[in-house]
Design a protein around this ligand. Sequence first.
Ligand SMILES: Nc1nc2c(ncn2[C@@H]2O[C@H](COP(=O)(O)O)[C@@H](O)[C@H]2O)c(=O)[nH]1
Ligand SMILES: [Zn+2]
Ligand SMILES: [Zn+2]
Length: 590
Amino acid sequence: AQPSAPDPISVPLRDLTWGQLNFLHTTDTHGWLAGHLQEPSYSADWGDYVSFATRMREKAEAQGRDLLVIDTGDRVEGNGLYDSSEPKGIYISEILRQQHIDLLSSGNHELYKKNTSEAEFLNTVPNFRSNYLASNIDIVNPKTNEVVPLAPRFTKFTTKNQGIRIVAFGFLFDFTGNYNNTIVQPVEETVKEDWFQEAIRDTDVDLFVVIGHTPLRTAEYRSIFHEIRAVHQEIPIQFFGGHLHIRDYARYDSRAYGLASGRFMETIGFMSIDGLSTGKSISTTPATPLRFNRRYIDNNLYSFLHHTGLDEESFPTEHGRNVSQLIHESRVALQLDEVHGCAPRDLWVNRARYPDEDSIYTWLETQVLPDLLKDGIRGAQPALAIVNTGAIRFDIFKGPFTQDSTFIVSPFTSGFRYVKDVPYEKAQLIIQVLNKQPQILTQSEQNALTFTLGPLEQLAYSEDVVADSALNSRVVPGQILLSTPEESRTKLIPGYITSDDEGTDGDDTIHSSISFYRVPNCIHSLISVNGSTVPETVDLVYIDFIERYMALAAKFVDLDIDFFQDSEVFMPSKSFTDVILGWIKKNWKC
Ligand SMILES: Nc1nc2c(ncn2[C@@H]2O[C@H](COP(=O)(O)O)[C@@H](O)[C@H]2O)c(=O)[nH]1
Ligand SMILES: [Zn+2]
Ligand SMILES: [Zn+2]
């Protein structure tokens, strides 16, 4: 457990609605298993979550109900606890496995690199036995060189208390950026496979559960929904999704819903279903009408104590405490609190307009990239650098910038490449193509370039909200009267106000809203020694992750360059993360 949760007397919470079958859901945790050390709203760690899941399971069992724990991938890349070890992930694997997870699947980040997907296949899948599902992912078995499923395609089981018969699948969206030791089959093809068609024709089923690292409102999930509905018009279907890093709840029909539960251990998703038939029920029609309920739980002890009805003494389990201790020891071993510099101000990914002096991207464009290129690549030749905004994963808070901050902000190993003597106006057109997302880039490729905020209308933001920029706001913009008059006036802290298919009452914690702003796919910085004149040609520098999109854009603007053939490495063995850290060590003295 970390710094205390929000002030308990001033944070109104919405309760959970329990059902026959209840779920806890995490997605896109990206290594944040220590919780948020600088944001009390999200300060619970994986050990606290182990305790929470245990207490919630006890609560369900006491009422003869069931509880299942779900995770839908992107468990790697994005926090020092994962990225700071060599090899990456050795500490996190041991921490992750301490949670009893009933169903889990792979995200796209598990597949970018060969050693990441092989660690998944050799460690995480066995750690969770048949609970790990991979309906559309294969891998080259590093021991036999055979192509095999990453994990079982699906599973069928009956819940312990209610006897609910479940068939579950685990899907990844039609991801194309995976390393060539894995194969992601398009979902449209998977649902036509014999094994899938046979599995959905099972008649002894009360509920289909589709987990996956797939945004809820996608063609992929719609095709699975339609395939199942083509066979079972009435059977309830529960989807769990992720990847867009947003809280979301989608209604497919009156008997099929989907839940997505944010990112970075900010949210524990809660889902309940009532009115399900079961293997035990005699009559085919359940006694109570079918009912789905969702709740986005802020990942902090205050919420956990409230929803379990326990207090600081009775809530923690010994196992949960031991996991928190393991996390602490892992962080010490990795020296994650080593200070590299002191940030003079907050710099925001999407809680500040761009461009703006509070935008992390403006800071990169005006400070870091010019410094990188100040000596040019080839003497006085002007240079233009392009970086995708998705390379930066989180905000910089005013104060110590640590080893942990380094990987929270920029976890990837991407380096830079460049091509020489590109006509400047063509280079400008390339940036426009990358940021205007014309038809040339498929939707999934468009997503792969942007720090995927997901549809902004699902994030609570408003141009005219004046909210202090830090989530654990030091200054709350005035008092906000709660909707029900008998509730006392109370101070709300800024946080998510999620708008989904059921309205805006999904968040367990009633927040004041925060402004969120869209950022472009890419940012850029032009450096020319005699800054004044517009250069004829530039050396075009870009982060290597976007090379294939640069090649696409070059075609679009009739630039005859083969980026894969004609490009060279710029500053070998220096990653974008090294560049950022080097700048911070030089400029942000404490
Ligand atoms: N510059 C780099 N950006 C990367 C790399 N790997 C991923 N990304 C960015 O992350 C998102 C996908 O993240 P997700 O958590 O939403 O799945 C992707 O769209 C890129 O923007 C990398 O190695 N270098
Ligand atoms: Zn993610
Ligand atoms: Zn993802």
